[in-house]
Ligand binder design. Structure first.
Ligand SMILES: *[C@@H]1O[C@H](CO)[C@@H](O)[C@H](O)[C@H]1NC(C)=O
Ligand SMILES: *[C@@H]1O[C@H](CO)[C@@H](O)[C@H](O)[C@H]1NC(C)=O
Ligand SMILES: CC(=O)N[C@H]1CO[C@H](CO)[C@@H](O)[C@@H]1O
Length: 338
């Protein structure tokens, strides 16, 4: 015993910092960067909290970007790539992603790399910033698998267009779409729709509502939109700035803004879950945490292959053999311990 301890310590010291993190905390994806970038959690928390104090809508922006990143081909920051000629953000479902929230992720990456070197991917920063925003606006924490590399290219167009749209009226269709990405329970659909608790939308996305429904709420929405076409509508009309179960309470009064929101209260199976969440914030939070972890683990069909981008919006440029060797060595270690 007396002899084996120093050997164990020596082995740990020989491992790369990233591998050390996983060696010490074998079960928790959350501690992936604990040794290689111990400042990371503080950088994420302070930056997200400061940004949300300025603009609470960034929380919804981050959640939506995370969903749009993870859904097409896993959480690989592919949605952040700009100027490739095939940017995901230029495709319909993504046209209204919040650029300010994307910039926030890039600024956290820059701070993390300044403090620790290029050890943290944009995919990981996006996952951590999203969770910090959920928690800072009142929501639950959940675990995310860290050590995800950033994609070399945007997701293919057909995968991006798989994203469920706000005008989808069929719960069966929505559930089937979610199931293709590992979120197979009706409760996943209902709970993740709950991210609308802090959401905002442009009028276009629910313009179909007044055509479908003739009720006071629809008329109010339409009146507000015709007065101010560019206004942003709160998706939780009960407590728009708080991550809570107000969205579900509103739904039980048929005050869901999107057609896809209203679908949840019209279908008997999903409506039972909506009512449960409207009555119990704890039930919503418990399911939201489970479903966000599923989303964070959405399948990466090509595996965890990629790089640690030096700028979230562009692929790394590799110049000369030295740079290639340096990158390959570093990222192999990263991949091996992922
Ligand atoms: C309600 O949703 C469930 C779950 O997806 C589905 O199986 C069922 O067909 C839907 N019911 C109706 C009436 O659309
Ligand atoms: C319409 O606009 C008014 C004034 O800004 C606001 O108080 C109201 O909540 C809006 N209606 C809905 C349904 O959001
Ligand atoms: C220009 C463009 O990409 N338009 C797309 C808008 O979004 C819908 C679905 O959300 C697509 O069907 C359109 O092609």
């Amino acid at each position: 015993m007396a002899n084996s301890l120093p050997i164990a310590v020596l082995l740990l010291l020989l491992l790369s910092p990233a591998a050390l993190a996983t060696a010490v905390f074998p079960d928790s994806g959350d501690s992936f960067h604990a040794v290689s970038c111990p400042q990371l959690d503080t950088i994420v928390l302070t930056t997200v909290q400061a940004a949300l104090r300025q603009e609470i809508a960034l929380a919804a922006g981050l959640i939506r970007i995370f969903f749009h990143d993870c859904f097409p081909q896993g959480c690989d920051a592919s949605v952040y790539l700009m100027g490739t000629g095939a940017d995901e953000i230029s495709l319909g479902p993504n046209l209204t992603l919040q650029r300010r929230a994307m910039q926030l992720v890039e600024s956290i990456r820059a701070k993390a790399h300044a403090a620790c070197g290029p050890t943290v991917s944009c995919a990981d920063v996006s996952a951590l910033a999203t969770r910090a925003a959920v928690v800072a606006s009142g929501g639950p924490s959940y675990s995310v698998p860290l050590g995800q590399l950033d994609s070399f290219a945007p997701a293919p167009r057909d995968k991006v267009l798989d994203l469920p749209g706000p005008r989808t009226a069929s719960v069966a269709e929505l559930v089937a779409t979610f199931a293709t990405r590992g979120m197979a329970d009706v409760a996943d659909l209902v709970a993740l729709s709950g991210a609308h608790t802090v959401g905002r939308s442009q009028c276009d996305s629910f313009a179909d509502r007044s055509g479908r429904m003739d009720d006071t709420f629809s008329r109010k929405l339409a009146a507000n939109c015709s007065k101010h076409k560019d206004r942003l509508q709160n998706l939780d009309v009960v407590t728009p700035d708080l991550f809570d179960n107000g969205y579900y309470k509103a739904l039980t009064f048929n005050q869901g803004v999107f057609t896809s929101d209203m679908a949840l209260i019209k279908n008997r199976t999903s409506a039972a879950i909506v009512r449960q969440f409207a009555e119990s914030k704890e039930a919503f939070f418990a399911q939201f945490a489970r479903s966000m972890t599923k989303l964070a683990n959405a399948p990466r069909p090509g595996g965890n292959v990629g790089e640690i981008r030096r700028n979230c919006f562009t692929r790394n440029v590799r110049q000369g053999a030295d740079a290639t060797i340096e990158l390959a060595g570093e990222e192999e270690g990263f991949k091996a311990s992922a």
